[in-house]
Write a protein of this length. Structure first.
Length: 292
């Protein structure tokens, strides 16, 4: 698998992919997923996902049912987000609805639900209502961040782990229902520990596994020293050379591998409203061994 970024375009028997940046993101062309996808197409998209980490399909708008069918081709669907509502009749479709009456609450780099031990492996997102301008989503390659670190730092990080918990969702939950609901949610989702350098379970590529939204501290390291280390890594992730910026269009579907990526939803569109529908795949059958 080529990670050098030298290949501008990769052609599959089923569709074509064109890189959006050298390290992350590709546009999928010539593929209609509105009627569902067969096993061969799923496998081809999965391989493209391993290569590019983020895939953009333009000119495609899926109904909630089609969105669920498309996502379920990759594995079992995760339930709706514990903090945000789901679409009525579609418990797997999370509604992310932000505007003047409900401003965005998570404008930080993060990996979806990294505080859960059973973190979803795949997220699929499409717009339901877009502002006239703004509301882009940025993605960062944690593989590229890892590869850019000095060898000595990679060695040091390989011996460290960090704690992930609800992070900024604590504030959101407190505002929603006070201390009681916040404590209830924190007890429900808890926290988890990740190695600071992790490996993708399929490709084996190492990546930096921390994010500024949910990573709270480094295990076994004094808080000030751990905070300096985390801040250094967060600043690395924020460098444009490791990122792709996706400008949303009305008919667009976007999917990304949560293992080795982070994303940031720009909150620059107020007083306009932005509504997105998201489905997450709970686990990867290729890892769990549950694939047919």
């Amino acid at each position: 698998m080529d990670h050098s970024g030298s290949s501008i375009r990769v052609v599959s028997a089923l569709f074509e992919t064109a890189r959006l940046t050298p390290v992350i993101g590709a546009e999928v062309r010539g593929l209609d997923v509105t009627g569902g996808i067969d096993e061969a197409t799923t496998d081809a998209l999965y391989r493209a996902l391993l290569e590019h980490h983020v895939l953009v399909l333009r000119g495609r708008s899926l109904s909630p049912e089609q969105l669920e069918v498309f996502a379920s081709a990759f594995g079992p669907l995760a339930p709706s987000h514990h903090t945000y509502p789901h679409l009525p009749g579609h418990p797997s479709v999370t509604v992310l609805d932000n505007g003047p009456d409900n401003p965005p609450d998570n404008a930080e780099w993060h990996t979806d639900l990294s505080f859960r031990s059973g973190q979803p492996f795949l997220s699929i997102l499409q717009p339901a209502l877009l502002p006239p301008v703004g509301g882009d989503t940025l993605f960062a390659s944690l593989f590229a961040v890892h590869d850019a670190l000095l060898p000595g730092m990679r060695t040091d990080l390989g011996d460290l782990s960090s704690v992930h918990d609800m992070g900024s969702f604590r504030t959101h939950t407190f505002q929603e229902g006070g201390v009681e609901l916040m404590n209830e949610r924190m007890a429900e989702v808890g926290s988890t520990v990740h190695p600071m350098i992790d490996n993708h379970p399929i490709s084996g590529r190492p990546f930096i596994h921390v994010n500024e939204c949910f990573t709270t501290h480094v295990l076994g390291m004094p808080m000030p020293e751990g905070r300096r280390l985390l801040t250094f890594l967060f600043d690395m992730i924020n460098r444009p050379q490791f990122q792709v910026r996706v400008r949303w269009e009305k008919d667009m579907v976007l999917l990304w591998d949560n293992r080795g990526t982070q994303h940031y939803a720009a909150d620059d569109y107020l007083p306009h409203r932005r509504v997105m529908h998201r489905v997450m795949v709970a686990e990867d059958p290729r890892v769990t061994g549950s694939a047919d």
